[in-house]
Design a protein around this ligand. Structure first.
Ligand code: GSH
Length: 253
């Protein structure tokens, strides 16, 4: 996609910079020898590590200045601002009123903590009670989202906002928790809240802009199996396996 910013044409392109690889054990790992062959590590491209030493996705890079933007919530706001400057007529992802904007940021942060983080806990933790507690946290987050929504989308009828953008990718992948853990989101027939939730999920999934971003469901199940079996040695996988939340990965892991 090309956008105009400060009179310059900005071309955006993706670079695949995360992958998975089996690595021979070094002998310093903290797991039993018998488990070693099964652990799967992240491969991170040198280009990613150069502009974000933490090696986390998303990372945006402006090649002309070397400036970077990281952290998904901040990246979404950044893209929204760039689009506005470039004259986009799409409805903005954040409202202009400072109070409304503060509320949207707060809700986006709550969805990140209650849904995104608990998704990894429900998937990676091996203790059933911990997993069930995490899934309950997700359901509480979804209910909070529905009750806070002002229309077809979280902020009203005009289009997606930051909260929808943060929640949807994880709401969409909850079939993974049903598959690996047997955790089911209540059906639309349960009550008004769940009817509204499923209507929102269907509505967002049907958007062209969203369709383009969705992976194949079967392939994604295979991709996350390494998390479900606790074998993923990514920063996120390590943090959750060690009992922290998915957002609390350490810089040096
Ligand atoms: N708090 C970060 C988390 C992003 C995140 O978990 N990214 C994953 C995407 S697969 C990642 O880069 N994982 C690499 C790793 O865990 O080492 C954000 O919201 O941007």
């Amino acid at each position: 996609m090309a956008l105009e910013h400060h009179g310059k044409c900005i071309d955006w392109q993706w670079e695949e910079s995360l992958g998975w690889e089996n690595r021979p054990p070094t002998g310093d790992e903290e797991f039993e020898a018998g488990e070693r062959k099964d652990w799967v590590y992240h491969w991170k491209s040198p280009a990613l590590l150069k502009c974000n030493p933490q090696g986390m996705i998303p990372t945006l890079l402006d090649e002309s200045t070397g400036k970077t933007v990281t952290e998904s919530l901040i990246c979404i706001e950044f893209i929204d601002e760039i689009a506005k400057v470039a004259g986009s007529t799409a409805s903005p992802l954040l409202p202009t009123d400072p109070f409304d904007k503060a509320h949207v940021r707060l809700m986006a942060d709550r969805m990140n903590k209650k849904v995104t983080s608990n998704y990894y806990s429900a998937l990676v933790r091996q203790d059933e009670t911990e997993r069930a507690d995490a899934f309950q946290g997700i359901l509480n987050g979804l209910e909070e989202f529905v009750l806070s929504s002002k229309g077809l989308y979280q902020g009203g009828d005009d289009g997606l906002n930051l909260v929808d953008c943060v929640l949807f990718p994880y709401a969409w992948r909850l079939y993974v928790l049903d598959h690996y853990r047997g955790f089911k989101v209540p059906p639309r027939t349960e009550n008004r809240v769940w009817a509204d939730y499923h209507a929102w999920l269907d509505r967002v999934e049907c958007l062209d802009s969203v369709q383009k971003t969705l992976p194949d469901k079967e392939k994604y199940l295979i991709h996350v199996e390494k998390y479900a079996s606790g074998r993923a040695r990514s920063k996120v996988g390590n943090a959750v396996r060690r009992g922290k939340n998915a957002l609390a990965y350490d810089d040096d892991e």
